[in-house]
Design a protein around this ligand. Structure first.
Ligand code: AMP
Length: 360
């Protein structure tokens, strides 16, 4: 295989959720095919993909057939078991690489990596037992947040500790899972940088977006973020440092807390990211096409922002607003084709172009 895929070749995607769906649509625009591997029935990405395999990550025969049918593999879901990745990697390249995935899967490994490459994180300490929690509280201080090291998302597996009385309940909330205690960052705002690195080492950063979370779930992303030029440049520098240190290929989402001119990194996701959905309506290229270009070995695009935009997630019953939003001028509606609107479930998003004179 040459490094760059040709039109007609196939990208394998592990995970069939909305991110896989949007990646598949971007790939189709470039004449590339997508084969989705997803354990759950009827995945959102399956509706728009060339092919879908429905099988558990433990099914070696299905994984082998999948790997042999594609030219490169990427993922929209980080928690793919290591054995499945070993099997795939022996047959076809995985982009972004295994190190990026493994580093982000464990909050302790992730924070240690960030510290080792000279970047700032909240103070942290590892916690598995009551005694370790007491030591960690002495080191990190309060308020702080106890988080499971693995498998946490959208604020799940997290418990706030404001004073010592909260400690036992917080530890119980981890359900026996290994955890990390993080100092609470008193941030002014949360931002994220969606950035990409190509096979030729080019790095391209989208404008930082300013994120508002409600109950641990991303609610809105506004671009441009209300940050100084120096903070913006520093945020780009941080994303670039992480991409280079990981020898990364593809799009990454780096979440950061900004306090004054200080930036503390919260976490990174080795994939396209919810806080990058604004790029569909606000930039000359969206994060999905940029990721497909990167993993296919195509040139990246300089992701210039052309509009001020606000992206709002449609969660659970918000889907009932779809028709009203569809009739709004300047609103770009994107639905994920999920049949059932459960509370907290991401059903779609809307990106509204803002008028800088009146909307800020
Ligand atoms: P996470 O799953 O780690 O991204 O956390 C979800 C959200 O909880 C973040 O986007 C923040 O709004 C908040 N959060 C997480 N960690 C911290 C922290 N160390 N200090 C302050 N807020 C936090």
């Amino acid at each position: 295989m040459t490094d760059a895929l040709n039109p007609g070749q196939t990208i394998g995607i592990l995970g069939g959720g909305q991110l896989g769906r949007m990646l598949a649509m971007a790939a189709a625009r470039l004449g590339l095919k997508v084969h989705i591997f997803e354990p759950g029935e009827n995945p959102p990405a399956g509706e728009v993909a060339h092919k879908t395999t429905t099988a558990p990550y433990e099914d070696e025969a299905a994984l082998t057939a999948f790997a042999d049918s594609v030219d490169v593999v990427t993922y929209e879901f980080e928690n793919v078991p290591a054995d499945a990745l070993d099997l795939i990697e022996a047959r076809v390249p995985i982009r972004p690489n295994r190190t990026a995935l493994a580093t982000s899967q464990d909050r302790l490994t992730e924070k240690t990596f960030l510290k080792d490459i000279g970047l700032d994180t909240a103070p942290f300490a590892t916690v598995s037992t009551e005694a370790e929690l007491a030591q960690a509280l002495a080191k990190v201080g309060m308020p702080s947040i106890l988080k499971t090291r693995r498998l946490g998302y959208d604020g799940k597996g997290q418990a706030r500790i404001n004073d010592r009385h909260d400690a036992p309940t917080a530890l119980a909330a981890m359900n026996g899972a290994d955890a990390i205690l993080e100092g609470f960052v008193n941030f002014d705002r949360e931002i994220s940088v969606i950035a990409a690195r190509g096979l030729d080492d080019t790095i391209a950063c989208f404008e930082p977006g300013e994120n508002v979370h409600t109950d641990g779930i991303l609610d809105t992303t506004r671009v441009p973020a209300d940050i100084s030029t120096a903070t913006r440049e520093r945020a780009f520098g941080i994303a670039g440092t992480i991409l280079t240190a990981l020898d990364y290929i593809g799009v990454i989402g780096v979440e950061m807390f900004v306090s004054g001119d200080e930036i503390v990194i919260n976490e990174f996701a080795p994939r396209v990211h919810n806080s990058g959905h604004w790029t569909e309506a606000g930039a000359v290229i969206d994060q999905f096409e940029q990721h497909i270009r990167a993993v296919a070995g195509w040139p990246l695009v300089d992701p210039v922002r052309h509009s001020d935009v606000e992206m709002t997630n449609l969660i659970g019953d918000d889907i009932n607003q779809a028709h009203a939003i569809a009739s709004e001028t300047g609103a770009r509606l994107h639905l994920y084709g999920k049949a059932e609107a459960r509370p907290g479930r991401k059903m779609g998003h809307v990106t509204r172009v803002l008028d800088p004179a009146t909307d800020r």
